[in-house]
Design a protein around this ligand. Structure first.
Ligand SMILES: Cc1cc2nc3c(=O)[nH]c(=O)nc-3n(C[C@H](O)[C@H](O)[C@H](O)COP(=O)(O)O)c2cc1C
Length: 415
């Protein structure tokens, strides 16, 4: 019999965790409830601050998005969004709402961390990112994982915060090269990351690879990162992510020197996950040929998603006056360009926008089904019910299965 995850522990500083990390899944797919379950069970769960004003409005009764929409109403039809800005006080308040309300409910010995996507540029990327980071630290977050970017200046943005050295700070990279770039920049703030998540090409969400993603393997990149760190006497825990589907898979990475694993796709269908019920059923029913990788995201990163995603073929008008999370510093977004280039049908109606989706609108509506490569194996993790739908497992069930199962086995929930 092989080893299982329960034979290992993750040490970050003087804190010990069950070495299972639930990855951040925006927009609010990795809910507070999901992250809190991971923490209760001794692991680490992420919440995400993607579209934090929208999340605060939906969960905490604020109305930041509609205030912004009203203020910039005149730009609704205007492709030039260069004058549409976020109110930094609102960004801060939304972050405090989301993080504080989560941390207040925390129990157990694990941690609740925040996934911060740098690529959500929000028009003024430096100012909005700094506001997000500092307010998360103020609100008592246990740790912050920086994703979707090189994060060269991000540690420095927090360097003056009293919790800069006490909160756990980590980064997500997809290559040794990206790690080296980050470490060189981190010298400035004289603070190394507390952990490095190495995300391979089979992950969900945005990918740190180009069209040649199939040529890369998580195991090989992970090994390269481990060798690089050991050759340079850098004692930084390495956490692989992307396609780790069973407890046995996870244990094999731990046996090879990883400190923990980061997983997400198995948890997309948890009762506590933020996807609507019909999306969870679509994830479970997915077949391998429905999974694709493409450039529909206006961030410029490739993204993995299901071909059954309702967002495909949409022609929604850009929603930047209300949202605008992907706007560049010039106030542009690749979706605005794609929308402007799209013609009208014979009845004067906008045709489907090809090639790009409005990320803000479709993530707010949960109509973009981003997923990890092995999404099509989810049906093996649960039960088909008499009414033709699939049972949704609890986060606890999935977590304990990762923690205790061996040899590629998966335990399905009790029906
Ligand atoms: C639905 C979904 C949404 C995701 N959203 C994000 C995100 O907002 N930020 C991020 O850094 N990673 C995101 N990811 C990546 C996960 O955090 C994780 O690293 C990866 O998916 C792990 O691989 P697995 O899904 O095969 O277990 C997402 C993954 C999924 C499945």
């Amino acid at each position: 019999m092989g080893a299982c995850v329960n034979d290992y522990q993750l040490k970050l500083g003087d804190h010990e965790y069950v070495p299972i990390v639930i990855g951040g899944m925006g927009v609010d797919i990795s809910t507070s409830e999901l992250a809190l379950e991971a923490a209760r069970l001794g692991g680490i769960g992420h919440i995400s601050d993607a579209m934090n004003q929208f999340v605060s409005d939906r969960s905490y009764g604020t109305n930041f998005s509609s205030q912004k929409g009203k203020k910039y109403q005149e730009f609704a039809e205007n492709p030039d969004k260069s004058k549409v800005f976020f109110d930094l006080d609102h960004v801060r308040e939304a972050q405090l709402n989301h993080v504080q309300n989560t941390m207040q409910r925390k129990s157990g010995s694990g941690g609740v961390f925040l996934n911060v996507m740098e690529k959500l540029t929000m028009h003024e990327s430096r100012e909005t990112l700094q506001t997000r980071l500092l307010s998360a630290l103020d609100a008592g977050i246990d740790g912050i994982t920086l994703s979707a970017g090189l994060h060269k200046g991000s540690f420095q943005l927090m360097a003056e915060h009293p919790r800069f050295r006490d909160a756990k700070l980590g980064i997500i990279v997809s290559s040794v090269r990206a790690l080296k770039i980050f470490l060189r920049a981190a010298q400035k703030s004289r603070r190394l990351p507390d952990y490095v998540v190495v995300e391979g090409p089979l992950a969900g969400g945005h990918l740190g690879f180009g069209d040649d993603w199939k040529d890369f393997s998580l195991r090989a990149i992970c090994q390269e990162v481990l060798s690089y760190l050991s050759e340079n006497d850098l004692n930084i825990p390495v956490i692989p992510a992307g396609g780790i589907f069973t407890g046995g898979d996870a244990a094999s990475y731990l046996a090879a020197g990883a400190a923990a694993v980061q997983v997400a796709t198995r948890f997309t269908i948890a009762e506590e996950a933020g996807l609507p019920p019909e999306a969870k059923q679509a994830y479970i029913r997915a077949t391998e040929d429905e999974v694709t990788v493409g450039s529909i995201s206006p961030t410029g990163y490739l993204m993995r998603y299901l071909k059954t995603s309702p967002c495909l073929g949409s022609n929604i008008r850009p929603q930047c006056q209300t949202f605008g999370y992907v706007l560049s510093k010039e106030g542009t977004c690749a979706y605005i360009d794609a929308y402007e280039e799209t013609g009208l049908d014979e009845n004067g109606r906008k045709l489907s926008v090809c090639g790009k989706i409005c990320l803000c609108h479709h993530f707010a509506k949960s109509t973009c089904y981003t997923c990890g490569h092995y999404v099509y194996r989810l049906k093996d993790t649960t039960n088909l019910l008499p009414d033709g739908t699939y049972q949704l497992p609890s986060a606890e069930h999935i977590f304990l299965d990762y923690q205790h199962s061996k040899d590629g086995k998966i335990s399905v929930p009790v029906n």
